[in-house]
Design a protein around this ligand. Structure first.
Ligand SMILES: Cc1ncc(COP(=O)(O)O)c(C=O)c1O
Length: 374
């Protein structure tokens, strides 16, 4: 059985093994030190100079924490909304009473930063770097340039990017960078990772969010005293620490190369099978997930690959549900053997329902894109 979806992903055995330990994160100073080391590794990976908070809850918690701590009723927020998560971010901000303006665009094209309004008086800009449901990577540099000319906070959902795609928060001026353990880190689901710049923290003091669980001011008060605001999900944190150590042991360059090659291989193989990728321009096709128009009813194909072959692929969400399928090549699964399993399983499923896909050619097309043997 293998999970080749865009998060949660397959989890390496070393990561799973490392969480099998009894630990009291509230009383063990060693655990607090490990947490700080983990935070340091994440900061380095995204070149961020603020603070890292690893919260118990999945990715959406991070998005909500970012809004809850920075936005007050009637604050102006610009949401880049050319995808399912971009739209969710806008809804979230509306839920907290913000006056939200959106920049929309087709889900299969990079957002056009020239459509962004004058950001004077805007409190924040929300942006999704990799739109997982569409397999789209948005042009963060273009958007960053516009945000930098203003005082607005730049809040970036990098949930499906960090660990598979370089993210340089300092040079892009990213104030809040949001990540999740089960995506390209290939760790267990259950942790939201929130990086917050000093500038954003100053805003948070002003906003003075009244809640407790996601309250960054409360986190700071507690971390400053060498403790957590509540008992953290210690075993998930142990797993994430191992997952990130493994990324560094391999080297970031190698990790990013594997992701690009996996994207290229998946797209080449799909094209050789007559399948049309959802994002037309490969420059904007995410290195962590490939979305494509399903050649047959996705439910039939997904059911066959999982129940008959033990290979889990994914459908999609929102307006793409029922039309688009996805292969995750994210974190640990961004490598040749997994990409080939995904392609072979999809081809076999199609052939089961009457297509005549040449599986060998598809696998050869994928193979050609890899420089490394494994
Ligand atoms: C881009 C993006 N943002 C946010 C989320 C929310 O993460 P979670 O499902 O862990 O809450 C996801 C999940 O797929 C995602 O792909």
């Amino acid at each position: 059985m293998v999970i080749l979806t865009p998060g949660p992903t397959e989890i390496p055995n070393e990561v799973l093994a490392s969480m099998l330990k009894s630990v009291n994160p509230d009383l063990d100073q060693g655990f607090f030190n490990l947490y700080n080391e983990l935070a340091g590794s994440i900061k380095k990976m995204i070149n961020h100079d603020g603070s890292i908070y690893v919260m118990s809850g999945e990715g959406m918690l991070g998005l909500e924490a970012a809004i809850a701590n920075t936005v007050k009723r009637d604050d102006k927020v610009l949401s880049i909304s050319n995808g399912v998560f971009g739209e969710s971010f806008a809804d979230l901000a509306r839920g907290y009473g913000a006056q939200v303006t959106t920049v929309n665009g087709p889900y299969d094209e990079p957002v056009d930063a020239s459509k962004m309004p004058d950001l004077r008086n805007y409190r924040a800009v929300t942006f999704v770097y990799v739109e997982t449901p569409a397999g789209l990577i948005n042009p963060i540099g273009d958007v960053a340039k516009v945000v930098k000319q203003s005082d607005a906070l730049f809040i970036v959902d990098a949930v499906s990017a960090v660990g598979g795609v370089p993210v340089d928060c300092k040079s892009l001026g990213v104030d809040i960078c949001l990540m999740a353990s089960q995506k390209a880190f290939s760790s267990t689901p259950g942790l939201a990772i929130v990086a917050v710049s000093d500038r954003a923290k100053a805003e948070m003091k002003r906003v003075n969010y009244g809640g407790y669980y996601m309250n960054i001011n409360k986190w700071d008060e507690n971390l400053g005293k060498g403790m957590f605001p509540y008992t953290p999900s210690a075993n998930d944190i142990l797993a994430l620490k191992t997952a990130i150590d493994m990324i560094y042991a391999e080297g970031l360059e190698s990790v990013y190369r594997r992701h690009e090659e996996s994207r290229n291989a998946t797209i080449s193989a799909l094209k050789s099978m007559g399948i049309v990728p959802f994002v037309k321009d490969i420059k904007y096709a995410a290195p962590t997930v490939t979305a494509f128009y399903s050649p047959l009813d996705p439910m039939l194909l997904l059911d066959f690959t999982w129940k008959k072959l033990g290979v889990m692929l994914a459908g999609s969400w929102g307006p793409l549900a029922g039309k688009v399928m996805r292969i995750g090549h994210m974190g640990y699964t961004a490598r040749k053997d997994f990409v080939i399993q995904a392609i072979a399983a999809l081809a076999a499923a199609m052939n089961n329902y009457g297509s005549r896909v040449d599986i060998e050619s598809a696998v050869r097309a994928a193979n050609r894109e890899f420089s490394s043997p494994a």
